[in-house]
Ligand binder design. Structure first.
Ligand SMILES: Cc1cc2nc3c(=O)[nH]c(=O)nc-3n(C[C@H](O)[C@H](O)[C@H](O)COP(=O)(O)OP(=O)(O)OC[C@H]3O[C@@H](n4cnc5c(N)ncnc54)[C@H](O)[C@@H]3O)c2cc1C
Length: 508
């Protein structure tokens, strides 16, 4: 079937590889910005009471958009390897920085319905053996329109995205499409500016697109095709995480604290819980370091410490609850109660991240990375999904600015299009570099902070390793007070406007 427009021109095709949180949000953001004539972020979709525009106001725009030509149609396809779009039943904390963007996308009321409430406290860090408080970190202040920290069940979040994609006709969703390769057509030179990109799938089929977005997670096939330097490697943290969700109703009686977001810390272990699904469920992540930085074994024999290496880095990897019981046997009573409510087969995941990449776009901007494919990070800032949301939002804005200058009248057979008016987004190379300039430094700052976070919570930073448990706790308390502010406070729309205005001034 041809997707040609009424004027006979072909649509601009975007192939998104991977339908996780990053891929689905990216599809929605590209669609949203393309159908939104403002260059800011106001919604062109019916505004719901909880859905706010830029800077909390519906439909505000701080800068003039580039000139708009006859809009070229866009065709977005999402290719997911799994037989269905599904997230395993664990939680994910959507920070206020990412929640803002969901609200701007018109998903605010849906998000509020599925989120938990942290009751003013991001986390209270507690001693493992008696639960006494080490430090309480206040949550980010809610913003107008009920924009707030939004811890959710992953499955609920994915359903919210899928529902919006279907309702808006934002993208075509494909399943059982495992990408095995990506080829730039029309040239042997991978950096060639012309041509389209072909994606190959395991089932022997292929698809051609103008832009391929690699949202295929930490083990990204798209990334591995284009990043061939020594830095393209995952890094062992030496840590595993047990995952579970338990009903809050089973804990409410005699719960000793006035909120549900707590982290119990011991040397080389921490047990974390926060509420999801309107505070009806408690999300559990229990971390244990088996080898420091993947190297020195912790309190165990060499062969014991090596066992974790056989654990799969996969949400679907399970273990016996007895393992959690054994690893956290010396933790206080509330932790024991939570563990007793976990499934008999809780999730268990080996935790790795990835070395920072120097580049996120390739082939003259025809291939670009988003989410964990670009910046897989350890989970200790609770920010990886939020960073992938920020990626998708900014990529959507940049592509919309590019396409505004490449309307159906101005392409004239030029595969890279011609620019109309004062649009500075002349090429995909510029567009993707612009996306990278905004997103890479910030995402890599969060990536680095996540590594430090893991060592802090497990009281195993260089400074803490020389200290006793008691002496480590004040160091943790001091370090925690300021850590999250830079993640939550930045508004990526402001960064986008600032950088675009700066580039326009440079070019005038
Ligand atoms: C224990 C733990 C706790 C976390 N907690 C938080 C938190 O509280 N807050 C937060 O913001 N982040 C958290 N994160 C991080 C967050 O889960 C990730 O950053 C986020 O899921 C990344 O989304 P993504 O879409 O980029 O990648 P993924 O979620 O990995 O999705 C990738 C998708 O691509 C598909 N895919 C893979 N390969 C192919 C292929 N070759 N072809 C087609 N499809 C493919 C996969 O099936 C999957 O659907 C946590 C991570 C862990 C491990």
């Amino acid at each position: 079937m041809s997707d040609a427009q009424e004027d006979g021109s072909e649509p601009f095709r975007v192939a998104i590889i991977g339908g996780g949180i990053g891929g689905l949000f990216c599809a929605l953001a590209i669609h949203h910005h393309h159908h939104n004539d403002s260059s800011s972020s106001s919604s062109s979709f019916p505004s719901l009471p909880n859905d706010v525009g830029h800077n909390g106001a519906t439909g505000t725009s701080t800068t003039a958009p580039p000139k708009i030509g006859t809009k070229r149609k866009i065709q977005i396809d999402v290719y997911e390897q799994a037989p269905q779009y599904r997230e395993i039943g664990a939680g994910v904390g959507i920070g206020i920085n990412a929640a803002r963007l969901l609200h701007r996308l018109g998903l605010g009321s849906g998000l509020v319905k599925i989120a938990g409430q942290r009751q003013g406290t991001w986390f209270t860090f507690r001693r493992y053996e008696n639960s006494s408080e080490v430090v309480s970190i206040p949550d980010a202040e809610p913003e107008p329109g009920d924009v707030r920290q939004s811890p959710c069940a992953r499955s609920d979040l994915l359903e919210l995205f899928l529902g919006a994609i279907r309702e808006r006709g934002a993208a075509t969703l494909h399943t059982e499409k495992a990408c095995t390769g990506v080829t730039v057509l029309g040239s042997d030179n991978i950096e060639d500016r012309g041509g389209k990109v072909e994606v190959q799938f395991r089932d022997g089929t292929s698809a051609v697109a103008d832009v391929v977005v690699g949202c295929d997670g930490v083990h990204s096939v798209v990334r591995d095709k284009f990043v061939t330097d020594a830095n393209n490697k995952s890094v062992e943290s030496g840590m595993i995480a047990y995952r579970g969700i338990v009903p809050i109703s089973a804990l409410e009686k005699d719960w000793p604290f006035d909120h549900w977001s707590n982290i119990w810390v011991s040397k080389h272990k921490h047990f974390l819980s926060y509420p999801i699904t309107c505070n009806t469920k408690l999300n559990i992540v229990a971390f244990v370091t088996k080898r420091l930085g993947g190297g020195i074994p912790i309190n165990e024999k060499e062969d014991e410490a090596n066992k974790y290496k056989n654990i799969r880095e996969s949400w679907s990897s399970l273990c016996d609850r007895d393992e959690v019981v054994a690893d956290f046997a010396d933790f206080d009573e509330p932790v024991q109660r939570i563990i007793s409510l976990m499934d008999e087969k809780p999730g268990r995941w080996r935790i790795n991240d990835h070395e920072p990449l120097s580049r996120w776009h390739f082939a003259g901007g025809r291939v670009v990375l988003v989410g964990d494919a670009a910046h897989a990070m350890l989970p200790h800032m609770g920010a990886g999904a939020g960073q992938s949301v920020e990626d998708g939002w900014i990529l959507g804005r940049a592509l919309a600015d590019y396409l505004r200058g490449h309307d159906s009248d101005s392409r004239d057979g030029n595969p890279n299009g011609g620019s109309s008016g004062d649009n500075k987004f002349e090429s995909l190379e510029f567009t993707m570099q612009f996306y990278q300039d905004i997103r890479l430094p910030r995402a890599q700052k969060v990536q680095a902070a996540s590594r430090v976070g893991g060592n802090l919570y497990e009281l195993q930073t260089e400074e803490m390793s020389a200290l006793s448990y008691d002496d480590s706790l004040p160091v943790l308390g001091e370090a925690m007070r300021q850590r999250m502010k830079f993640v939550w406070s930045e508004d990526v729309d402001d960064s986008y406007n600032r950088m675009r205005d700066g580039k326009q001034q440079q070019q005038q």
